[in-house]
Design a protein. Structure first.
Length: 364
């Protein structure tokens, strides 16, 4: 099969499409996976029609959650077919909501070149996808990150090895020296990053940046909001310690893995909230300098040390699955508007943009 070649959809083309949209008859669509329940539920609460997209996803489970079941499903045989049917989606006045699984399954090339209006700024995808570019962005924003080890032979202390493109914790492993690195590395992977293993507590910080709102925690022309926070249940590292020393387990072919299987709500000690907001602010301001701005939900994946320092090891530039425990609101956003999920907050931003005649500010 000959692979398809795609051309980046220009922002002006998206604006032209929006001129032909009926703003009173918009449809919110996303892939049936990841955080789709809260996206559909939130869109319904804001009065939008909803469309569930599926390729190989089983959608029967939506019957168990009627308040989050999309009004309609549309099936594609492949993600290439999805691209080819863009005109059908435009005729429905569809706005695509990206989430981690959507972008991963489609691939960055196809997603950023999809000829359908999408929430947020697609220019962020390249900055997020490449770990070197992502590090340049975050460090230039003053964010502290784990030290990187360029050569595996220089490993003299615990490190975290992460394959590029690893999602949901899959594709991580821990090594304490070069021998363990050689035992754990998957040579079929084209690229990976080695960074120091930071001892501390991992917190996933969920933000939302609105370029439209002019009240609250002002950043640039808009407002930064702290939506929620979570921690992650990970298999098998969360249970492996019960079997004894990991060194002995490795001799039996059992290696620690960090595959995310669930999310746990958390609140941070209040004295750290200023730092959390400052980090989000710096990331947003630098994003406008680099690629025109990060819009909507994003997550700083961080470790807090016993000295109460934050080390950020990654950024996710869309709604993350860690927001799923907060479908009915969070301890933080309940102090802004009770009962609102990140999925509903996305729909509210689109609704506000329609009222202000500024859809082009939040879509690309």
């Amino acid at each position: 099969m000959v692979s398809k070649s795609y051309v980046m959809v220009p922002k002006r083309r998206i604006n032209e499409i929006l001129e032909n949209y009926d703003p009173e008859d918009l449809t919110i669509a996303t892939l049936c996976s990841h955080s789709s329940l809260q996206i559909f539920n939130g869109a319904k609460k804001e009065g939008f029609k909803t469309l569930g997209i599926h390729v190989d996803q089983n959608v029967r489970f939506y019957d168990a959650f009627p308040l989050a079941k999309p009004d309609e499903f549309i099936h594609f045989n492949s993600y290439d077919d999805f691209i080819d049917c863009a005109e059908d989606l435009r005729e429905r006045n569809v706005i695509i909501i990206p989430h981690g699984s959507f972008v991963e399954y489609m691939g960055t090339d196809r997603f950023e070149k999809m000829n359908v209006p999408t929430f947020g700024n697609r220019a962020v995808l390249r900055w997020e996808e490449d770990r070197d570019t992502q590090r340049d962005w975050l460090e230039s924003a003053g964010i502290q990150m784990p030290r990187r080890i360029p050569d595996a032979k220089d490993i003299t202390e615990p490190v975290l090895v992460k394959y590029n493109g690893a999602k949901g914790g899959r594709g991580f492993f821990i090594a304490k020296d070069y021998m363990e690195f050689k035992m754990g590395i998957d040579l079929s992977q084209e690229s990976y990053t080695i960074q120091e293993y930071i001892l501390g507590t991992r917190y996933y910080l969920h933000y939302f940046y609105s370029p439209l709102r002019t009240q609250g925690y002002r950043v640039g022309e808009g407002s930064l909001e702290l939506m929620s926070m979570d921690r992650r249940d990970e298999s098998n590292i969360d249970e492996l310690y019960k079997l004894g020393a990991t060194e002995e387990l490795k001799k039996h072919g059992m290696f620690p893995s960090l595959v995310v299987t669930g999310n746990i709500p958390v609140v941070l000690r209040e004295s750290l909230l200023n730092k959390v907001l400052e980090m989000g602010e710096n990331v947003i301001l630098k994003s406008y300098e680099l690629f025109g701005g990060l819009i909507g939900p994003f997550c700083l994946e961080s470790i807090v040390t016993d000295k109460l320092d934050f080390k950020v090891f990654e950024i996710s530039c869309r709604i993350v699955a860690g927001t799923n425990p907060f479908i009915s609101g969070s301890p933080y956003y309940d102090l802004v508007e009770p009962g609102m999920s990140t999925g509903q907050r996305i729909a509210r931003e689109i609704k506000d943009a329609v009222k202000m005649n500024k859809l082009d500010r939040v879509l690309s």
